[in-house]
Design a protein around this ligand. Structure first.
Ligand SMILES: NC(=O)c1ccc[n+]([C@@H]2O[C@H](COP(=O)([O-])OP(=O)(O)OC[C@H]3O[C@@H](n4cnc5c(N)ncnc54)[C@H](O)[C@@H]3O)[C@@H](O)[C@H]2O)c1
Length: 371
């Protein structure tokens, strides 16, 4: 019953998602951050180690040094979370898996589709637990939406509309988070499509339980001089013939993190918004509507098990992230967590990014999505 020992690669001073991972991992006291190679700059890694209150000798100058030392310790790390910019995900995962240690990586899983296939082969060969932090799959009401669709509550799915508008890259890309996201060498094949489009894609497949088989993509670099897309419009076709629309943008001025999904079957439709995540709307063809609120007795078993506070005590991003960690911890303890996004979700996300980028740049019209 001891706490699982976590290390991070990335998450140094001033970084965005590393501290979120630390909070999420530790929320349920199942996991404790004990080590890290938090920055490619050794003094900054040490500085981060102090801020995270870990033992000074366990804030390492490099991932290699960390793996060498931790694999010798009787109380060595149980897994590594990769929270570096995209270009580093494969290299870090390769080294960690080679040391026989499980990996939880942030999205997009790698920088390119070719890297994704290499990583999938490494994960399979290692036989080690592997997960991808597709945060939105952790929200209780996203789990509820998925369960309602799976139980046939919407009937046959006919239309999916998923929108992810942000506005923070509408002007000059200044600052730590922005700079690498507009640089193909550090961000990878996709810009906005890989940064947030992939979340929208994963959410659509996760809630509907349907695979996207074809797409038509129109990706643009709207801000002059930008090498990667910052505005994406994609039409989707699902395996059952359902049609979909995926919009992702980082130039929609005034938008913060306004992810929203609507799923329509022949009997009902549902609506969920990330900025108001504790409400799920279900509207039926007979005109009746259900407002499903988090923390109430209306939730199914899976969503209820991932809710920590009673109705009216709002949970959000950090708790959703913690649910991904809860699932990953279960896998590490040898339990089942079938909804944890794993290598298949990572591969599909990377195939989506790569296919959309190529199809758009070469004006290919409708293309198959194979992963
Ligand atoms: N799941 C989500 O909701 C979500 C949200 C934001 C970001 N992300 C993903 O998280 C990753 C990091 O994004 P961010 O916004 O936190 O970036 P960031 O620029 O804020 O932080 C990146 C950190 O990695 C460190 N780093 C870079 N190269 C390194 C190396 N070789 N070794 C050790 N540390 C290194 C940097 O010093 C920095 O501390 C990206 O892949 C991004 O797509 C996911």
């Amino acid at each position: 019953m001891r706490r699982l020992r976590m290390a991070m690669v990335g998450g140094g001073p001033g970084s965005f998602i590393g501290p979120v991972h630390r909070i999420a991992a530790e929320l349920d006291r199942e996991i404790e951050l004990v080590a890290g190679a938090f920055s490619s700059d050794a003094p900054r890694s040490a500085e981060a180690g102090r801020a995270y209150r870990i033992e000074p000798e366990r804030a390492y100058p490099t991932l290699g040094a960390m793996l060498e030392a931790e694999t010798q310790r009787p109380d060595g790390i149980d897994f590594v979370s990769i929270v570096t910019p995209n270009y580093n995900h494969l290299a870090s995962a390769r080294a960690v898996l080679a040391a026989g240690i499980p990996v939880l990586t942030d999205k997009p899983m790698t920088a390119t589709w070719a890297e994704a296939r290499e990583l999938a082969a490494l994960v399979e060969a290692s036989g080690l637990p592997f997960g991808v932090t597709h945060t939105y799959a952790g929200y209780p009401l996203v789990r509820e939406a998925r369960a309602r669709v799976a139980a046939g509550g919407l009937g046959t799915i006919r239309k999916v509309v998923v929108e992810y508008p942000q506005g923070w890259l509408a002007g000059e890309a200044a600052g730590k988070q922005a700079e690498w996201r507009v640089d193909p060498a550090r961000c990878g094949e996709g810009g906005c499509i890989g940064d947030i489009g992939v979340h929208a894609f994963q959410l659509a497949e996760f809630i509907t339980g349907l695979k996207v088989t074809r797409l038509l993509a129109d990706l643009a670099a709207v801000v002059p001089g930008r090498a990667l897309d910052d505005d994406c419009s994609v039409l989707l076709r699902f395996a059952n013939g359902a049609r979909g629309v995926l919009l992702a943008s980082q130039i929609e001025v005034g938008e913060l993190n306004s992810l929203r999904i609507r799923v329509y079957g022949d009997r009902a439709g549902l609506i969920w918004r990330q900025e108001d995540p504790n409400i799920l709307f279900l509207n039926r063809i007979d005109g009746t509507s259900e407002v499903i609120r988090a923390g109430t007795g209306l939730l199914g078993a899976d969503a209820a098990a991932r809710t920590r506070t009673p109705g009216g005590h709002p949970e959000g991003y950090l708790e959703a992230f913690a649910n991904i960690y809860r699932d990953f911890a279960a896998v590490l303890r040898g339990e089942q967590a079938p909804l944890l996004p794993g290598i298949e979700a990572g591969l599909r996300g990377m195939a989506f990014i790569s296919t959309a980028v190529t199809a758009s740049s070469e004006n290919m019209g409708w293309v198959s999505l194979n992963a």
